[in-house]
Design a protein around this ligand. Structure first.
Ligand SMILES: [Zn+2]
Length: 264
């Protein structure tokens, strides 16, 4: 029996992707548990990133104070085009925002359920694609900060989707696309101000997840509905654990849930 404070699984992009939970001071492989029964027992408590213990979160896995005051929950996290650290303007915590926003960002296409456009920090691009459950991705542009990447994304969202259907992603019900062809379309669409940020090199990253059979039906399972989960793990995709019963467990949705974790 282990104590596990659920957080996004750490990922390593090998073939297939490797997943890890941080349990008892070390990273434990989840891939090794495929084929085994895993057991979560939830105590009924959740923990905000600030350390506060709660019965439930206020919104989005944050307590009330953090949701309204933490830079990690600020509007520009969800809308990068609202970033202002490059102007020296504080949103919630300028020092934190400078560190986070003033670093190279990329605008990318990925294929999770279909084509989508997105933004992330350059050094976390592969992690982002894996977390989405994308089977492939290509970098379109690199900018020196988050604001410019956000502005370019807003422009591209007029022409390309920016959402994933998580049920289609998990079922493997995917509309495949020619990423290089789509990237060429982008070059025609971008304004002059963004031309110099476009990346000429066309490198398509392919991602292979540890799962043999895709679930046919998708039934979501959560600790709010049942505080004990005991299911046979058959695969992992994105940040979802997939069980033999076709139940899927959204790990990110349970960030901050403290559980007793065991394997049988
Ligand atoms: Zn908090």
């Amino acid at each position: 029996m282990y104590n596990l404070l659920i957080d996004k699984m750490k990922v390593v992009n090998s073939d297939p992707v490797e997943y890890y939970f941080y349990i008892d001071d070390s990273w434990k492989s989840m891939n090794n548990l495929i084929g085994k029964n895993i057991n979560f027992i939830w105590s009924g408590n959740v923990f905000c990133t600030c350390g506060k213990k709660l019965k439930k979160f206020y919104r989005q896995n944050f307590c009330y104070e953090c949701f309204w005051n933490s830079p990690q929950a600020s509007p520009s996290i969800f809308k990068p085009e609202l970033c202002q650290a490059h102007l020296g303007v504080e949103e919630r915590d300028l020092e934190w925002e400078k560190k986070f926003q003033l670093q190279p960002h990329v605008v990318y296409f990925s294929v999770s359920s279909g084509l989508k456009v997105g933004v992330t920090r350059k050094n976390s691009i592969e992690t982002r694609w894996i977390d989405q459950g994308a089977i492939s991705g290509i970098i379109l542009a690199e900018t020196p900060n988050r604001y410019l990447a956000g502005k370019l994304e807003v422009h591209l969202k007029k022409y390309f989707a920016d959402k994933t259907s998580w049920t289609k992603m998990l079922k493997g019900d995917i509309i495949n696309v020619d990423l290089i062809k789509k990237k060429k379309e982008v070059l025609e669409l971008v304004d002059k101000e963004f031309k110099s940020y476009m990346i000429e090199k066309n490198e398509i990253k392919k991602i292979n997840f540890p799962l043999k059979n895709l679930p046919k039906k998708i039934k979501s399972i959560s600790l709010d509905k049942q505080n004990i989960i005991n299911e046979k793990l058959v695969g992992i995709k994105g940040q979802y654990l997939i069980f033999e019963s076709d139940f899927v467990f959204n790990v990110r949705r349970h960030k901050g849930y403290k559980v007793e974790f065991s394997i049988s």
